[in-house]
Design a protein around this ligand. Structure first.
Ligand code: MLT
Length: 265
């Protein structure tokens, strides 16, 4: 379904009825990464999975899109969809960077947080520069050059042999992502603030999930993050990499279902 926010058309997968669960994808992906969660939770909840600005079938790519911009887009999109009750925000990696901003800028819209394979820190200088270089190169050459590197970063080594069709699906998805969206998000992530000191200010129930083989946002760091948060629990997803909800959907769905039941309001 398409919605127009600020003269920009956004694609949103919207199914089921009940308490709203908002699923926010990682970089450089789109809403389809949440398919297993949407299929599982649509019978008991309203599941909402947008394509972020410029990604998938959403328009509006810009040369820099900050995490604050994405968070504000989501709040406006919820307005446009006439969803006024607070949502459970479920974000993976970049979706988690956006979740911090959503929690701070739109606290009245948030009932619970689910953070998968993400972090609160900003990028060190070298990583920041790499993101800016990537953005420039993708704009010049398209995204083919970084697809294999990206796949190796986000999937556990074992997933390449155990689920080769999944790797092919995501290779295609990344190749089809608009270079402008990749560039805008890379520059936006490069300038994201360090949120570590502010996580203690989040008071909604929070679940942190992390694949045991996640090399980008390792489990020990997420566990420390849970300790710094007010009402957070941590769940390890054995055998998965950075894409835990995609690589181990059953374990992730069970963890989310338990968390939703325990924090039911
Ligand atoms: C993601 O999965 O969203 C990215 O790995 C985030 C990042 O590049 O920091």
């Amino acid at each position: 379904m398409q919605y127009t926010v600020d003269q920009t058309s956004f694609f949103v997968e919207d199914r089921g009825a009940g308490q709203p669960l908002l699923f926010v994808h990682g970089f450089p992906l789109n809403h389809s990464m949440w398919k297993a969660q949407l299929d599982f939770f649509e019978s008991g909840y309203r599941v909402i999975a947008p394509d972020l600005r410029g990604f998938g079938s959403s328009k509006g790519a810009a040369s820099v899109v900050t995490m604050q911009d994405y968070a504000d887009d989501l709040a406006e999109l919820l307005d446009e969809m006439k969803i006024h009750e607070p949502v459970t925000f479920c974000g993976l990696s970049m979706g988690g960077y956006i979740a911090w901003q959503f929690a701070e800028r739109h606290p009245q819209r948030l009932s619970r947080l689910i953070l998968s394979d993400t972090k609160a820190t900003a990028d060190p200088e070298a990583a920041r520069l790499q993101r800016l270089e990537l953005a420039d190169r993708v704009e010049r050459e398209g995204s083919d050059f970084f697809v294999d590197t990206m796949l190796k970063k986000i999937f556990a080594p074992a997933t390449f042999s155990s689920q080769p069709e999944l790797i092919d699906t995501f290779r295609k998805l990344i190749i089809e992502t608009a270079p402008q969206a990749i560039a805008g998000a890379s520059r936006g992530m490069a300038e994201r603030p360090d949120f570590t000191e502010r996580v203690g200010g989040i008071t909604v129930p929070t679940l942190l999930l992390c694949g045991s083989d996640d090399a980008l946002t390792p489990p020990d760091q997420m566990e420390q993050l849970a300790d710094m948060m007010y009402r957070a629990s941590f769940q390890l997803i054995p055998g998965a990499g950075h894409m835990a909800p995609v690589e181990s959907p059953q374990a992730v769905n069970e963890a989310i279902a338990r968390f939703l039941a325990d924090s039911d309001m």
